[in-house]
Design a protein around this ligand. Structure first.
Ligand code: UDX
Length: 432
């Protein structure tokens, strides 16, 4: 099929490449001429495992092309996906100006029947607005609007797209639904077709539920600390119930990244607007913030004064296997430690290239390895659970430190083993 993706960012580019991989003829559009030039040169502006190869191979096979022209793009595709950013407003609601702009821009380009698919994460009822807008600017245009949320995780986006748990789209038109089914025919996954509003809600409800699971186990971790129990065992015990499941029950510094904090705030905002305040989610946010506060309190309690303390931080990205620092709890932790006068030496396998873009980048030292970061430190903090941090020579690390204090914000390591290596180990929710 001929498909167009408007917005060649993280979601748009990955989705476009995967559609091309299964045989569709895909044109990716972006108004950022520099980005398109980069892509045309065969370079990928983001780090995502497997994506570079997928793009190169499909460009070479003639199934994936790039342009800055919306007109060309809309002309090309029978189905036009919108995958532009939906940034937050200061009050947590979603700023839909890019979606509105695309709707306005594509309207006059529609010369034959098109399915316009919203892939960006948007609040419920956005599809209705997109349809109204296109209609207003092109009253004779033949089109249907569909909502098709994405569920891809950074770091495994290609795999998530190629082998999804489920495909969801919301459509109020049989003609559009038939075309959407053809788009997804090559993918082997359960398909759920709903109305547009329900599909939009599914995305917010899914991410909020996962955040709820994280905050739930983090709340339990606080109770574990107060009662000298081990949250890892509690998570294992409750996770064995198939109705609950073990995933997303990892206690730690809380959720971050470009999706969860934004989506939870957006769901709260739209629920308020609809007159059904979602207080449960407000509590989820509060618990998430409290995790970092408590962790810093713990570090302060043990080190007494943070000023002039040399602290090694392992991990800067919001989670492992990505170079993304957006809304990273690890970055916020570093900022807060620096604000209290601590001298930070940080190491991250993929995130250090981007730290220079942030104000904090100039206020910390970057190390060449986890071991290098720990040299001479008075405390070691694990802020992101990169698997390789579990495979260093801990005895050598301890010997190179000024004092063997360890704060494991992600419960990556085994407390007993670390204590055997001579560390004064502190995890999350693992007794005091
Ligand atoms: C998420 C959703 O998983 C994905 O379906 C959606 O489309 C986009 O948002 P992503 O932002 O890539 O994906 O991250 P995810 O792997 O879900 O983790 C989100 C955050 O939660 C990370 O900061 C992670 O460290 C944290 N987390 C996750 C926990 O603290 N504990 C857990 O048990 C799981």
């Amino acid at each position: 099929m001929k498909l167009t993706i408007i917005g060649s960012g993280y979601v748009g580019l990955t989705t476009g490449a995967c559609f091309a991989e299964v045989g569709h003829d895909v044109m990716c559009v972006d108004n950022d001429a520099k980005k398109i030039e980069t892509l045309l040169r065969g370079e990928i502006p983001i780090y995502e495992p497997g994506l570079a190869d997928l793009v190169t191979q499909n460009v070479a096979a003639g199934r994936l092309s790039f342009t800055t022209s919306t007109e060309k793009g809309v002309d090309h595709g029978d189905v036009v996906f919108i995958a532009v950013p939906t940034p937050p407003n200061p009050d947590g609601s979603v700023d839909l100006k890019f979606i509105e702009k695309v709707a306005r821009e594509i309207a006059p380009c529609i010369k034959s029947y098109k399915v316009v698919v919203d892939k960006s994460t948007v609040p419920v009822k956005t599809g209705e607005k997109v349809a109204e807008t296109i209609q207003r600017y092109a009253p004779d245009a033949e089109f249907d609007v569909v909502s098709n949320p994405e569920f891809l995780r950074e770091g495994s986006a290609v795999a998530d797209l190629m082998k999804p748990d489920r495909i969801v789209f919301g459509s109020n038109s049989d003609r559009a639904s038939a075309l959407m089914k053809k788009v997804y025919e090559p993918f082997v996954a359960p398909l759920l077709v709903t109305d547009i509003n329900s599909a939009e809600l599914i995305k917010h409800a899914a991410n909020s539920f996962l955040a709820l699971k994280i905050s739930y186990i983090n709340a339990i971790s606080q109770i574990c600390e107060a009662s000298n129990a081990d949250v890892e065992l509690v998570a294992e015990g409750i996770g064995m119930d198939s109705r609950i499941g073990r995933s997303f029950l990892n206690a730690g510094l809380g959720y971050g990244g470009s999706c969860f904090p934004k989506d939870i705030a957006a769901f709260i905002a739209i629920s308020d607007q609809l007159g059904v305040p979602f207080d449960l989610l407000k509590e989820v946010q509060k618990i998430n913030r409290r995790q970092l506060d408590r962790f810093i309190d713990r570090i302060r309690e043990k080190l007494w004064v943070l000023g002039e303390k040399k602290i090694a931080v392992w991990g800067l990205t919001f989670k492992p296997n990505t170079d993304d620092l957006r809304c990273s709890v690890a970055v916020e932790l570093v900022e807060r430690l620096v604000a209290e006068g601590a001298e930070i030496t940080a190491y991250d396998p993929k995130g250090m290239g981007r730290i220079g873009d942030l104000a904090i980048g100039s206020k910390i030292r970057l190390a060449s390895s986890p071991e290098d970061a720990a040299k001479g430190a008075e405390a070691l903090v694990i802020a992101t659970e990169w698997p390789e941090f579990a495979h260093v020579d801990f005895r050598a690390v301890r010997d190179s430190m000024l004092a063997p204090m360890m704060f494991d914000g992600r419960n990556l390591l085994d407390p007993d083993t670390m204590r055997k290596h001579g560390f004064d180990y502190h995890g999350i929710g693992r007794g005091i």
